[in-house]
Design a protein around this ligand. Structure first.
Ligand code: GCW
Length: 706
């Protein structure tokens, strides 16, 4: 029992384990160079920074350096914002201070009156807190603090989690329990979880949270709920986290007793203006709204013959006096549009370029369909030079094995961010669109649909914590390498032992490709089962909207398989810059990982490795299964580096992943075999069940599906 509790705490502590430093050289270097902590300032944020340092030092080094209000002696760690620094120190750091942004920090070894000191500073206290977490990570990852000279600023302004949390505490596409927000007990009961959540986010630089589902409920905008939102905002503020909400477009009707929500109607405009004033009175630093409008049945300006620009700008005007922003989603497709679904968001939004108010940022999913294991980058990136675009990634694994599969998503995120849009010639990467450097946008951001719930370990799968962590790190710096992120996370979460790090990092890095292989290899997409999206369903063809059916996406027939989006097909390729369009259009140059996304090819089509498409596809499915087996082998060797509870949890989860990988392989291959009419190639295990069996499986209570 005791060990269970101990482990539950470990799971709960995320990447802030602050394990005892076992490397004695590192431990003594820190002890020798950290004799005192000088704390400048007394804001809540500075107190949090001080507390964090004390916890970190005590847990990792076994003692807390003396905390001083004044700078005395040498080997002190000085923390405080620039305005609180001694004038001479500030002067010495001036050129670094000039380099950093408002949220950026400096960590520097200096000589002050001939005495060695380390300073952590920035333009404000939250920046100092970021620096403190960075400093603690240096220690957590066993790096030296000799001659520190670090300046680091986030490359995007809005680094935000999108919670798809409903007011009844269910979480749409949530696989880690119920919502953290206990609306019933708020505002009076402040769950420790809220504080720990804020701390974890601040530790990776996340500075915003949208508390509610994009499929929104207008009640959140009533005084009864705003009081609760205010309580959360008060908890998050000292951690530098702003609160945002989702706005249900029809709220003026539902809670305002108006007859319309037409964005051009003066009463509607007044209603929103009054509502904003009411919100900002409670929460002066309220961030703004995320809006899903006229998408999948949500109300929006089109219900009144208006368009997305009219809707977004009306709300933007209402929040502008308070400095708020509107994040307007471009995730739209229509059942009345017979056009390829992959083309619809671009077709609708691209013509709006330059028409939005300056406090509107358009939020675009990473790919044109919907958070698949692999999608080519969304063609809107780079195609709206006069409009700030923010990235929407999905951290929760709706289409990637829920919280049972180990999939390290920063690898996926990095692939998207590094994609070259060619919109301003070679090197116009998605990352440069997002951080504003390609078109000099001032408003920039990255959103991640959260994978967090009230499970003891926050994310369901211990390794899913790495996706929350990695999202934060990439939102701060979209140019980071996912391998660096995996390395940091493993060291902070488990162990610095190289014999553990190397192999386990390898399985993390390979895990994204593994899930692509056993679910949707070679550019296949959206072939999962209906509604809950759990498990394979390539046979599904009975749904009312054509673009909800897997058969719409794979188009398998006796001639072959794949969605022809080339010039001779739907011509979706034409939505990319010419260089990219040609690249995807041409069968020779189209990367095989995207082959069936852009082309319908015959079962006998020759892949680059000489295999026929059928054989290649079957072997990819098998490879995915083998990769999971290999992940299991590696994990089994990790036992001595990890506490037994987390070790066993992950072992059991990998077991499920292995079963489900086989399920995907067998169900998909048996189904596609009906069309190819070919035997499985050598090396592919024979399915142990029939296609009928797989089709008969039903999961009425699969999580996350409302
Ligand atoms: O495809 C979908 C998900 C929905 C989600 C939607 C969206 C919140 O299956 O659950 O709704 O994407 O992103 O709006």
């Amino acid at each position: 029992m005791i060990s269970f509790l101990a482990s539950a705490q470990k799971d709960y502590k995320l990447w802030l384990q602050y394990n005892t430093i076992v490397n004695s050289a590192i431990a003594s270097e820190y002890k020798n160079n950290l004799k005192g902590i000088v704390v400048l300032g007394n804001s809540e944020t500075i107190k949090i920074s001080e507390r964090e340092l004390k916890t970190g030092f005590l847990d990792m080094l076994g003692n807390i350096p003396e905390v001083k209000q004044d700078l005395k002696g040498e080997n002190n760690l000085i923390i405080g914002s620039q305005s609180n620094l001694h004038a001479d120190i500030k002067n010495e750091l001036q050129s670094d201070l000039n380099k950093i942004s408002n949220e950026g920090f400096i960590i520097k070894s200096i000589l002050f009156k001939n005495k060695k000191q380390i300073v952590i500073t920035g333009k404000n206290d939250v920046a100092v807190l970021y620096g403190v977490f960075y400093f603690l990570r240096i220690l957590q990852t066993n790096k030296s603090i000799k001659n520190l000279s670090i300046t680091d600023s986030p490359k995007t302004n809005i680094r935000i989690l999108n919670h798809w949390d409903n007011l009844d505490r269910t979480v749409e596409r949530g696989y880690a329990g119920f919502s953290l927000w206990n609306w019933q007990k708020l505002p009076d009961f402040i769950d420790q979880r809220y504080i720990d959540y804020a701390r974890a986010n601040a530790s990776v630089g996340i500075n915003g949270t949208v508390l509610t589902n994009v499929n929104a409920n207008a009640l959140i905008l009533t005084p009864q709920y705003l009081e609760k939102v205010e309580a959360l905002a008060n908890v998050f503020r000292p951690y530098g986290i702003k609160v945002y909400l989702t706005a249900r477009f029809s709220a003026p009707i539902e809670i305002g007793n108006l007859k319309t929500a037409d964005p051009k109607n003066q009463e509607v405009i007044n209603w929103w203006e009054d509502k904003m004033a009411e919100i900002y009175k409670r929460i002066p630093d309220f961030g703004g709204f995320l809006v899903k409008a006229n998408s999948e049945g949500q109300p929006g300006p089109q219900n009144y013959g208006r368009d997305h620009v009219d809707g977004a700008n009306m709300l933007a005007d209402a929040v502008a006096p308070f400095g708020g922003v509107i994040m307007w989603r471009a995730f739209v497709y229509s059942e009345h549009d017979v056009n390829d679904r992959a083309k619809q968001a671009y077709a609708e939004f691209q013509p709006y370029d330059g028409k939005f108010k300056e406090n509107v940022i358009v939020q675009v999913k990473n790919g044109a369909i919907d958070f698949q294991p692999r999608e080519p980058f969304h063609p809107l990136f780079g195609a709206m030079p006069k409009t700030p675009l923010m990235m929407e990634f999905q951290i929760t694994q709706e289409y990637l094995g829920f919280s049972t599969h180990l999939v390290f998503l920063p690898k996926l995120f990095q692939e998207v961010l590094e994609s070259d849009t060619y919109q301003k010639g070679k090197g116009s990467t998605v990352a440069k669109v997002i951080d504003g450097s390609l078109y000099q946008n001032k408003l920039t951001g990255i959103a991640g649909v959260a994978n967090i719930g009230n499970d003891l370990n926050w994310t369901g799968h211990p390794f899913a914590q790495a996706n929350w962590y990695g999202f934060g790190r990439l939102a701060w710096n979209p140019y980071l390498d996912s391998e660096t992120i995996a390395d940091e996370w493993l060291r902070c979460t488990f162990s610095n032992d190289e014999n553990f790090i190397k192999p386990v990092k390898n399985i993390m890095i390979g895990s994204r490709e593994a899930v692509v292989n056993y679910m949707t290899p070679l550019g296949l997409h959206h072939i999962m089962d209906t509604g809950h999206h759990y498990g394979p369903g390539p046979w599904v063809s009975n749904l009312s909207r054509p673009e909800w059916n897997p058969t719409y996406y794979h188009k398998a027939d006796k001639n072959g398989i794949g969605f022809d989006r080339s010039k001779s097909g739907t011509n979706a390729v034409s939505q990319y810059a010419p260089e990219v369009a040609i690249f995807f259009d041409n069968l020779e140059s189209c990367p095989e990982k995207d082959l069936l996304w852009f082309h319908h090819v015959s079962w006998d089509y020759k892949l680059k490795n000489g295999l026929t498409l059928w054989n290649g596809l079957a072997l990819k499915y098998q490879q995915g299964v083998n990769q999971v087996k290999e992940m299991q082998n590696v994990w089994n060797q990790a036992e001595k580096y990890v506490d037994s509870e987390r070790f066993n949890e992950i072992k059991m989860l990998l077991e499920i992943q292995q079963k489900e990988a086989k399920w995907w392989r067998d169900a998909c291959l048996l189904y596609f075999q009906q069309f190819s009419g070919k035997e499985l190639p050598e090396g592919v295990e024979k399915p142990t069940q029939t296609l009928e069996y797989f089709k008969s499986l039903k999961f009425p209570f699969a999580p996350g599906n409302g």
